[in-house]
Design a protein around this ligand. Structure first.
Ligand code: BTN
Length: 334
């Protein structure tokens, strides 16, 4: 199973090639030097450079003249990412894919195989990106961040919803740092600019009654999409659309993992209250918002009444009852 799952993961030598090119930006390096340093033939170097060009890498030259990178690549290569991360479990192990069905599916398999807390699965493109409630996640090649963090939290399964809040808070912080703009958090797992979503989080877990084995926290961020598909244009946006400039995904992922580390530790050390309090502080959806909740069988409208200690959202129904939202999709009621 292991072989099969990680078959598509990026060859470590491509990772080394990207780091070598990035470290020698603007310098011509001969094909034979690259070949020697990463331990492949010159023709393989050529083949890989062609593949990377198709992903937007700007490299001048060919095997005889040598290669010269024109711009440091924004490919989420483990070596490029890891050098931006502090020591610690988050991102210590990174599995990169140019193309995969879903990073969450890979992370769940890696969880089964005993990969450690903080392992990251990341892809340039997903062919079957999954969203909540059976939706698909639009995963355009090299323009978004499609990443799953594997966690082994020492908490009860009932507290698992808090992990989604932890991830949302971390994304929010990373976005503020990256763009200077402050997004809203829509409980439990969306990040918005205005009413348009640019990030979603899908948390899946393997647990018993009283013990979590592992959790896969999947994060999808629309980063450099110049436009979103017509059918999503009313409800979705990207960082590029909102800020009118492109963003370094490598930088953003590094920021995000640093904040994940910090919020996750805060959760473990200070407990759920700290996370619930912070979420309530920064999300306009936590209290006093008229919302529409759509479940598989039902749609109802109510007003949000704060979060429960376990992270569930309380909603006051129009008949006066206050109940937590167990399942369903939330939108702002007009
Ligand atoms: C949602 O808002 O519905 C959740 C979307 C989660 C998408 C991410 S992209 C990376 C990870 N892999 C998946 O298949 N899904 C999540």
């Amino acid at each position: 199973m292991k072989q099969q799952t990680l078959n598509g993961s990026t060859d470590r030598r491509i990772d080394a090639l990207l780091a070598l090119l990035a470290d020698n930006a603007m310098i011509v390096i001969s094909g034979s030097k690259i070949a020697r340093e990463i331990g492949v033939s010159r023709s393989t170097v050529w083949r890989w450079i062609e593949k990377l060009r198709s992903l937007g890498l700007r490299v001048k030259g060919h095997p005889r003249s040598g290669y010269q990178i024109e711009k440091v690549p924004d490919i989420l290569a483990p070596k490029l990412l890891r050098r931006r991360l502090p020591p610690g479990p988050f991102g210590k192990r990174i599995h990169h894919f140019f193309k995969i069905d879903s990073t969450n599916s890979v992370a769940m398999l890696l969880g089964e195989q005993g990969e450690p807390n903080g392992t990251v699965v990341i892809a340039e493109e997903q062919t079957a990106g999954r969203g909540r409630a059976g939706h698909t996640w639009y995963s355009e090649k090299t323009n978004g961040i499609y990443m799953t963090v594997l966690l082994r939290p020492p908490i009860a399964p009932q507290q698992a919803p808090l992990i989604t809040l932890v991830a949302g808070l971390a994304v929010r912080e990373a976005i503020v740092e990256q763009t200077g703009m402050v997004p809203d958090l829509r409980w439990p797992n969306d990040l918005l600019f205005g009413r348009k979503k640019f990030c979603g989080i899908l948390t899946e877990m393997n647990a018993e009654q009283d013990q979590i084995h592992y959790v896969a926290v999947g994060i999808g961020i629309n980063v450099n999409h110049e436009r979103v598909p017509d059918e999503l244009s009313e409800i979705a946006t990207s960082l590029r659309i909102e800020t009118h400039r492109a963003h370094s995904r490598v930088e953003l992922v590094a920021r995000l993992l640093r904040h994940m580390d910090s919020y996750y530790n805060r959760f473990l050390v200070e407990g759920p209250e700290a996370i619930v309090a912070r979420f309530s502080e920064v999300s306009s959806y936590a209290r006093g918002k008229r919302v529409r909740i759509t479940t598989v069988t039902d749609t109802y409208v109510g007003t949000t009444e704060g979060l429960e200690p376990g992270g569930l959202l309380r909603v006051k129904h129009d008949d006066g009852r206050i109940l937590p939202v167990i399942a369903g999709t939330l939108t702002e009621a007009d």
